[in-house]
Design a protein around this ligand. Structure first.
Ligand SMILES: [Zn+2]
Length: 154
């Protein structure tokens, strides 16, 4: 095992260059960002072939017991990406467990001040589970059925 992995300058995904394969791909839809906890969630979502946007890897989930708060996650970087005004949708794809839900709730509140639609993956994912281990059909349906968390733009 070679331990030479670095992370993408934009999204925090594993990468061998400044930009990961997703960020460097000109065919990806750049106005949609899917927020995941871990870089391992990216290949899980890619397998569904439902998603053509970009990612943002948080590097974990809010977990007060372990002392993980928003400052330990790549939340500031996410806000920076949204401040450009090019993003038209944020999909919160944190894990369907307590920490993942807490993280999604926190981010939805943070993003409520911005004029960008925020949605959360639909239920159907195994509760208490890990996105990484969801099969692609279940995960694909969760994407299709994602629900809006904030009010639509007037
Ligand atoms: Zn990237």
């Amino acid at each position: 095992m070679k331990e030479r992995s670095r992370t993408c300058d934009v999204c925090g995904n594993v990468s061998e260059a400044e930009l990961c394969r997703v960020c460097a791909d000109p065919r990806r839809i750049r106005s949609v960002i899917c927020v995941v906890e871990d870089a391992k969630d990216v290949p899980a979502i890619e397998r569904t072939r439902e998603y053509r946007g970009l990612y943002h890897v948080l590097g974990g989930a809010i977990n007060p017991i372990r002392g993980v708060g928003p400052d330990q996650l790549r939340v500031r970087e996410l806000m920076g990406r949204l401040s450009t005004g090019e993003v038209e949708e944020v999909i919160l794809a944190t894990n369907p467990n307590i920490e993942g839900e807490a993280t999604a709730t926190y981010l939805a509140r943070m993003l409520s001040s911005m004029e960008v639609p925020v949605s959360r993956l639909a239920s159907g994912l195994p509760v208490g589970g890990d996105l990484e281990y969801a099969d692609e059909i279940t995960l694909g349906r969760a994407f299709e059925g994602r629900r809006r968390l904030n009010a639509p733009r007037p």
